[in-house]
Every structure is written in C-alpha cells, then in structure tokens.
Design a protein around this ligand. Structure first.
Ligand code: TXA
Ligand code: MG
Length: 313
C-alpha cells in the first residue's frame, strides 16, 4: 500500500523522490495534490500520465517562500499585497511568466502565464522546503473525477500509479483553491474556491470579474463543464428528493447525509467531496440529489462543483 503517515522521515523520503524525478501525493489544506519537481519535465510528464490529464491543461506551482517567485514570474505590488494577505492559503494567482525559463514549458502547457500558490499545510510546506524546488501539483485524482480530500480517496483513484501517498488526514478546506488571473487589467476569477471572491475584492477594493459567458470556453483550460462527473446522475437545487435519489442535504433541508445541519458554508465545503465520494460508493440508490446552497462566499465554489457534477452532455 502506497499510503504512509506524514512523519518527518516519510516527508524526507518523499522529498528525495521528488528530487529524483518521481511523483508523490501529499496533503494540502484544499485537496490532496500529486506533486513533481516543476523544473523536471519528465517528472511533470508522469503527472499527466498518472492522471490521464490532457497536456493542454497547465499545472499550479506550489511554493513555500515568496522568494521562489523571482525565478519565474513577474510580480508587482498587487501580487505582493495579495501574497502577504492570503498566503499561505487557497489562493492561486495566474501571473505573467518569465520567458527565460523554458524548463516550465510542460507545467505551463506552453502558456505565457504561470499559476502559483503557497499551500497552508505543514506537510506540504515541509515537503516543498525539503525538496527545495517549486512543486507542481494538480489534484491527486484521475482527470474528470472528484478531487481527493483524504489519502484513501487518492489511493482509490490512482492506486499504485503513485509510489508514495503522504497521509496528513482530511483536508481542512475541502475544495480547490480560488484561481484569479492577474495578467489582465481587471482581475478575473477563473475558478471559485477556498477563498471567497468577496474577500479578494474587499481587500483590494477592486472589482473581480467572473470569467465566462460561455462556460465551455473557459480561460482556465481545466474548467470544462463536465470536469467533476460522479458516477451517478446528479440533480441540484433539490428540496424534495425522489425515491430513487441519495440525498445530500444542507441546513434545514435534510438528506441521507447533510453537508452542514447548521448551514455553515465552511463546514459544507469541507464535507462536499467526501460526501460526494460517499454518494458514489453507496449502492442502494442510483441517483444523487443535492439541496440548494446559497450563492455567496464559499457557496460559490460549492455551487460551481455541484453544477459540474450535474452536467449532462
Ligand atoms: O487547491 C488546489 O488548487 C489544488 C491543490 C493540490 O493545490 N490543485 C488543483 O490543481 O486543483 P488542478 O490541476 O486540479 O486545477 C488547476 C486548475 C486547472 O483548471 C488549470 O487549467 C488551471 O488551474 N490553471 C493552471 N495554470 C493556469 C494558467 N497559467 N492559466 C489559467 N489556468 C490555469
Ligand atoms: Mg483537479
């Protein structure tokens, strides 16, 4: 079994695997990541292979120190201020890439931009520091399935395609990071995630525009509508489930399980993927229904993920 506890010596071993061009799964505060040395193209290629991920879909670099940025991105005062306020934490910034660092070509899918974040998790930070390199990491699941929030989820999705899965327990935030594009005059939200966009616009006193219009032509290549497809047909905004539906409740609208009986959006976010995994694993009902979730704060990320889950071709 590839799962090992995230002890200091196992983190050390994981860092050595990263340095020798291997891939390793590790916990972050959002979801588990599948990491490789950002500067090692053949290691990065292993990520795409293990996940069955199309290579046009770029990866996020994870750093443990803002000084890492100087090597590959152009930063300005706004970036520095956002980093100071929200890092370490679930904010990914898309920034103009320095053209003199071709080693990142595969990780960036050839784009002139690079996405970076500093995860707020002691195991992730220790791993990056020990490996002493930025670690690119998508969520540690097969492409187009639900992101993993426990080491077991990773193992169930990727099995022995990953030589080591560092187990750091369940992820505290539970959805992926918020991605904003800072390469355009106005900040664009590319993916709703673990930090509410209201917090970003309040902090900068600046409007954040929601990417889109056509959700099938996103500016973030990984944001296709059917990105998070559970195995059972899924219906959202449901107040009364049908007899054949496994109901995921929220607040007063109860179900077989309830994301947060007290209607707390942080709690609901943290439970979302684990409950969707549970809904997929149970075999009594062959359909899934999900209660309405308010569309503010972290609710935007939840609604985004469940909308994808309910998408039909
Ligand atoms: O919370 C997270 O962000 C997790 C943990 C492991 O850090 N990572 C994660 O990575 O969710 P992934 O690969 O599953 O999702 C990254 C998304 C993809 O939709 C990708 O297309 C987009 O970020 N992305 C990456 N680099 C980009 C860039 N330069 N421009 C636009 N979108 C980018
Ligand atoms: Mg993903």
């Amino acid at each position: 079994m590839a799962i090992v506890p995230a002890t200091q010596s196992n983190i050390h071993q994981a860092a050595q695997l990263i340095q020798s061009g291997e891939i390793v799964a590790f916990p972050t505060e959002t979801v588990y990541g599948l990491g490789a040395d950002a500067y090692n193209a053949s290691a990065v290629a292993k990520i795409f292979a293990a996940k069955n991920r199309p290579t046009f879909n770029p990866l996020i670099s994870h750093i443990a120190d803002v000084d890492f940025l100087n090597d590959y991105v152009k930063i300005d005062e706004r970036v520095t201020a956002l980093a100071k306020k929200f890092w370490p934490g679930p904010l990914t910034m898309v920034l103009p890439r320095r053209q003199d660092n071709p080693a990142l070509d595969l990780a960036c899918a050839g784009l002139p931009t690079v996405s970076v974040r500093m995860p707020n998790h002691p195991v992730a930070l220790a791993l990056i520091k020990t490996a002493n390199t930025p670690i690119v990491a998508p969520s540690a699941n097969r492409s187009q399935s639900i992101s993993p929030t426990t080491a077991e989820h990773v193992y169930n999705s990727l099995g022995n395609r990953v030589p080591m899965i560092l187990d750091g327990g369940a992820c505290r935030v539970g959805v992926e990071s918020t991605i904003i594009d800072l390469t355009t005059p106005k900040i664009v939200l590319l993916r709703a995630g673990g930090i509410a966009m209201e917090d970003i616009s309040d902090f900068l006193n600046e409007e954040v525009i929601i990417s889109g219009g056509n959700p099938n032509l996103p500016s973030s290549p990984g944001q296709m509508l059917k990105h998070y497809a559970p195995k059972y047909e899924t219906r959202i905004n449901v107040t009364r489930p049908n007899d054949d539906e496994y109901m995921i409740g929220f607040g007063k609208i109860d179900g077989h399980i309830n994301l947060s009986p007290s209607a707390d959006l942080s709690e609901a976010t943290a439970n979302l993927f684990a409950y969707m995994h549970m809904a997929e694993e149970q075999t009594k009902y062959f359909k899934i229904a999900i209660a309405p979730i308010p569309m503010h704060g972290l609710g935007r990320a939840i609604n985004d993920r469940i909308k994808r889950a309910s998408y039909k071709d």
